[in-house]
Design a protein around this ligand. Structure first.
Ligand code: ACO
Ligand code: ZN
Length: 158
């Protein structure tokens, strides 16, 4: 099938659309300052997907210095996928896969060696998406979410 979507970097004009998609798709929501701050610090890993000129998905990330998630000692730069979401009507077309791949290129640009994220243990679509892209479960974080649900921390080498 022909690709119906287009990826581009986030710009501050996209803020309301992205915040709306975040509210529709996920219970974890953030202030406008939080989005703008991530964009100012890491513009290469804040990407949106458009279909027919309308934003239907986004990914935003942060670069951190921390312990190697694969258990080796020492501090490394890691890319952290803070949030990714695709509007319900635009799912299962490869948009999240494309956004993650472009964000991981951005992480490599920032010299990150690993990419990681947290995902609800019951989020089948999310877990399957990440596994298909080569992420592995590093550990379970008990009670990670505000409603008490556990998270898988999943990591991929870059
Ligand atoms: N059930 C099972 N597997 C799925 C599903 C599903 N509903 N959706 C995607 N997958 C897997 C499949 O293996 C799929 O490949 P296939 O279609 O060839 O079978 C693969 O993921 C790639 O799918 P994409 O089309 O790239 O994913 P999509 O654009 O539909 O977005 C996403 C997936 C982001 C999980 C979407 O369902 C969504 O927005 N969900 C709500 C928000 C959310 O859960 N975000 C992630 C939270 S964790 C975080 O933000 C770090
Ligand atoms: Zn996180």
């Amino acid at each position: 099938m022909q690709q119906t979507f287009k990826l581009r970097k986030f710009t501050p004009d996209d803020l309301q659309s992205v915040m709306q998609i975040n509210r529709v798709c996920l219970p974890e929501n953030y202030t406008d300052y939080f989005f703008i701050d991530l964009h100012q610090r890491f513009p290469e890993t804040f990407i949106v997907a458009e279909e027919n000129g309308k934003i239907v998905g986004y990914i935003m990330c942060r670069i951190e210095v921390g312990l190697n998630n694969f258990g080796f000692s020492g501090l490394i730069r890691k890319g952290h996928v803070v949030s990714i979401a695709i509007m319900p009507q635009a799912r299962r077309k490869g948009i999240a896969t494309a956004l993650l791949n472009q964000a991981m290129d951005g992480m490599r640009y920032y010299k990150a060696k690993q990419c990681y994220l947290e995902v609800r243990v019951t989020n089948v679509a999310g877990v399957q998406l990440y596994k298909k892209l080569g992420f592995e479960v590093s550990r379970t974080i008990n009670g990670y979410y505000s409603d008490g649900e556990d998270a898988y921390m999943m990591t991929k080498k870059l």
